[in-house]
Write a protein that binds this ligand. Structure first.
Ligand SMILES: *[C@@H]1O[C@H](CO)[C@@H](O)[C@H](O)[C@H]1NC(C)=O
Length: 211
């Protein structure tokens, strides 16, 4: 009787273990170098967070795109980002990302406020970019993490979304998601003459410039 119970319990345990996501397979950090599959323009599809406090900030983002390019310095990636906020305001600017191994560090200056971010990128679907962003407080402590899934077009197939959710679970994110639109801010680098502030209100009705 007891032996049967043990066998049944073991079967149950192995069943529940095998239904857990295989995190070792799902979460593989990318080594960042000039061959990393992270370069080019990316459109945000979904974001997740690990602390409730971070939810409100992300929910104000209506759409977002980034462009990553290598520079002549192997330790520096050039980043351009453009966020459309809910009140139909476009914010965009350039930043330098310093990289070492699997981590990146970026200082953003947004509307006069400096914010420090550590980043990691993980293996993901082809034509996708999975980026973990840790916001650092001025004392260097973590304020919390976001997990962002970008694709080339902003579109994503349902199975790829399921994989993202499992990866988020493995990395300790909350099972909450903010999906954004693909109504992107136009690229001011191409449409605005020099000297005009990049962070001014978006007055343009233009479609985003094609690369
Ligand atoms: C990035 O670094 C280069 C070289 O140091 C510098 O010229 C450029 O102004 C920096 N860009 C930003 C946005 O900080």
């Amino acid at each position: 009787m007891a032996a049967q119970l043990v066998v049944a319990l073991l079967a149950f345990i192995s069943l529940s273990v095998s239904s857990e996501p295989d995190c070792k397979e799902l979460v593989k950090p990318l080594v960042l170098d000039s061959h990393s599959p992270i370069y080019g323009k990316w459109v945000l599809h979904v974001g997740s967070w690990d602390k409730h406090d971070l939810k409100t900030d992300l929910q104000s983002v209506h759409s977002s795109w980034v462009e990553l390019s290598p520079t002549t310095d192997s330790g520096v990636i050039s980043l351009y980002w453009a966020d459309r906020l809910n009140e139909d305001k476009c914010l965009q600017d350039a930043a330098n990302v310093s990289i070492s191994g699997i981590t990146s560090h970026t200082t953003f200056i947004i509307n006069g406020h400096t914010s420090y971010h550590d980043g990691k990128y993980y293996e993901t679907c082809s034509d996708c970019l999975l980026s973990e962003d840790t916001t650092l407080l001025p004392d260097g402590k973590s304020k919390g993490r976001y997990l962002f899934l970008f694709t080339r077009t902003g579109a994503l197939e349902p199975p790829e979304l399921e994989t993202f959710k499992k990866q988020a679970e493995c990395l300790g994110f909350l099972p909450e998601y903010h999906f954004v639109s693909t109504d992107l801010c136009p690229d001011y680098r191409e449409s605005v003459s020099p000297g005009v502030r990049k962070t001014e209100e978006d007055q343009a009705e233009n479609e985003p410039a094609e690369n």
